[in-house]
Design a protein around this ligand. Structure first.
Ligand code: F6R
Length: 368
């Protein structure tokens, strides 16, 4: 049942090309327009939305952070992302023109469920992004986008996360289509990039052995840092969460620009720092990331850089280099998280931990 893998988690990591492809299936009609089957929110209702609040926990929250970059960029609608457990207790400003997006793989997370109940009592519309048909969160929402990851058995979410990202991109493009904020060709172009993702993820997975040996090299580390910027920042947070959960290692993700505001004090000789390097674009993200990497390296860090194919400027500053396919910055999380999942899975395996059942954790958290 694990298809020859030692862990369900590893099997699920390798299922990601299929899971992403399935989550993209049947989303466009014959004319190429996006259609979301269980959207159940009329175009007029969506056009009236003037604020989106994404609520989720854990890994799903990090998918929400990526979604913020995509939705704001493609739709120009303001987006907040909030931990479900904090949302209700801050007296959030919501009304009938607020769209709440609840992201939950299981559909049963108590904090998220309570948060949407609160939002609906304030007349907000709720859309769920969920992997479990008929679970509580989609049942109590106005609309739903189902991800098609298939059952996720490993406690640590992997294919759940990737398919949540896909659903978030689809939602962003759908809102852009309804609001008319983007022209058809651009939506088409992004959809084509998304449709190429299963192949790109396959490419990353074909490099798994190199990532495994890196993980084994770092098995005696006491602490590991992760750096990212822009859409790579949530990837850094998610990479760190995977390592905490599975390897019981101290791991922290930072926005690279925050380094000098404190975290750089943590850097000492030999500290592994995994760096998610943004694609080279017209903005200054790439250059700024590079200078962050130089700063930690100058203080003795061992830099493990995830950078796109053909980016040679990173080579002088990378002690180790993991290559990523060339994709747009907003979509990079879909490929960049994969080596970090493999890294955590392998490191935990080397340490002799039960990867599918990490200590103290449950697959679905039904208490607040
Ligand atoms: C981490 C992980 C958890 C879940 C979180 C939310 O690997 O799986 O952080 O993401 O408990 O669960 P769902 O998405 O089911 O609401």
């Amino acid at each position: 049942e694990k298809d020859g893998h030692d862990w369900f988690m590893r099997k699920e990591i390798f299922e990601q090309p299929r899971a992403v492809a399935d989550s993209l299936l049947g989303r466009r009609d014959a004319s190429g327009r996006l259609q979301l089957d269980e959207m159940r929110l009329a175009d007029e209702e969506l056009r009236d939305i003037d604020k989106i609040i994404i609520i989720a926990c854990g890994t799903s929250f990090y998918a929400g952070m990526v979604a913020k970059y995509a939705i704001e960029h493609w739709t120009r609608t303001p987006v907040e992302v909030e931990l479900a457990s904090e949302f209700r207790y801050r007296d959030p400003i919501i009304d009938a023109t607020t769209l709440i997006v609840a992201i939950s793989q299981s559909g049963e997370t108590a904090d998220t469920l309570q948060a949407i109940r609160h939002a609906r009592s304030q007349r907000a519309k709720v859309l769920a992004i969920c992997n479990t048909n008929g679970s509580s969160i989609p049942r109590e929402s106005d609309a739903v986008i189902y991800t098609h990851a298939g059952p996720e058995i490993g406690v640590a979410s992997t294919k759940g996360f990737l398919t949540q990202l896909v659903a978030c991109y689809l939602l962003a493009l759908y809102i852009a289509q309804v609001k008319g904020t983007r022209f058809g060709d651009e939506i088409d172009e992004i959809m084509e990039h998304l449709e190429a993702m299963p192949g790109h993820i396959e490419t990353v997975l074909s490099g798994a052995d190199a990532v495994y040996s890196l993980a084994a090299d770092h098995a005696s580390s006491r602490s590991v840092l992760f750096l990212g910027r822009h859409a790579g920042y949530p990837v850094a947070l998610e990479g760190a969460l995977k390592l905490k959960e599975l390897a019981y290692l101290h791991a922290e993700g930072f926005a690279a620009g925050e380094l000098k505001h404190g975290p750089i004090a943590l850097v000492e000789d030999g500290l592994p720092v995994l760096c998610v390097v943004p694609p080279k674009g017209r903005d200054q993200l790439h250059g700024k990331m590079l200078s962050g990497i130089q700063e930690v390296r100058a203080r003795g860090a061992r830099t493990i850089c995830l950078a796109e194919e053909g980016d040679t400027s990173i080579e002088p500053y990378a002690d180790e280099l993991i290559r990523l396919p060339k994709v747009p910055v907003l979509l990079q999380p879909l490929v960049a998280i994969v080596p970090l999942q493999l890294f955590a899975c392998e490191l935990a395996t080397v340490l002799g931990h039960d990867v599918d059942q990490p200590r103290n954790l449950a697959k679905s958290v039904t208490v607040e």
